[in-house]
Design a protein around this ligand. Structure first.
Ligand code: UP5
Ligand code: MG
Length: 195
């Protein structure tokens, strides 16, 4: 990383809310580097020499959250290796432990610009993942894993969104719309999680 602090936008929302899809578009339009924590974990787990593969794969299949030290290191390495300054961090932080671990590793070293919250109803999220699961090869795009992913999202990730709400960092996006309509919307920070 250079001496100027990198800018970070966290991107949160339920499984299948469209985080990855919209991040690709935002990255292209605004020149941000898109780092999906889930993709980085899957890539790490797929390396034949990885000692973390089994642990990561078990968490992904169970919809539980990989220890923050692992995820944070992968994100930090990807940021450093990119040589860039603006990052969309997709799917992280997912629980309080992730928030604390990130702070421990990177507090003061990055500028958190905002948190994009892709708000999408559960039924739509599940339907999108099941549809994708027909061809994705993802071990968690099935009904059993999705039930667990939704529970983890509601119990662990929603409180993180609420935490950032209190810091006035959250921009809510209605993610249940068609793919092409979502990018056109102006993010609103008026929404309160859990109301
Ligand atoms: N699609 C997208 N937008 C659409 C729209 N507007 N209308 C209709 N269809 C739409 O989209 C999902 C599917 O829906 C695609 O087929 C897309 O074409 C379609 P996508 O853009 O992939 O949604 P996204 O929100 O990115 O869904 P994803 O499944 O990636 O979300 P998750 O948050 O569940 O998955 P992630 O990869 O981030 O994490 C997977 C697992 O990794 C976690 O459960 C956890 O075990 C682990 N993990 C950690 O432990 N720590 C981390 O920090 C991150 C992940
Ligand atoms: Mg994704």
């Amino acid at each position: 990383m250079s001496s100027t602090k990198p800018n970070v936008i966290f991107v949160l929302g339920g499984p299948g809310a469209g985080k990855g899809t919209q991040c690709t578009r935002i990255a292209e339009t605004y020149g941000y580097v898109h780092l999906s924590a889930g993709d980085l974990l899957r890539e790490e787990a797929a390396k034949p020499a990885s000692t973390l593969g089994k642990e990561i794969n078990e968490h992904i299949k169970n919809g539980s959250i990989v220890p923050v030290a692992i995820t944070c290191k992968l994100l930090e390495n990807a940021m450093n290796n990119s040589g860039k300054q603006n990052f969309l961090i997709d799917g992280f932080p997912r629980n309080k432990d992730n928030v604390d671990g990130w702070k421990k590793a990177l507090d003061g070293k990055v500028n958190i610009q905002c948190v994009l919250f892709f708000d999408c109803d559960e039924k739509t999220c599940v339907a999108r993942c099941l549809e994708r699961g027909k061809a994705s090869g993802r071990t968690d795009d099935n009904e059993e894993s999705l039930k667990k992913r939704i529970v983890t999202y509601n119990e662990s990730t929603r409180p993180v969104i609420q935490f950032y709400e209190k810091e006035n960092l959250v921009k809510r996006i209605d993610a249940s719309n068609d793919v092409d309509k979502i990018n056109m919307q102006r993010p609103s920070n008026r929404y309160r999680v859990g109301h």
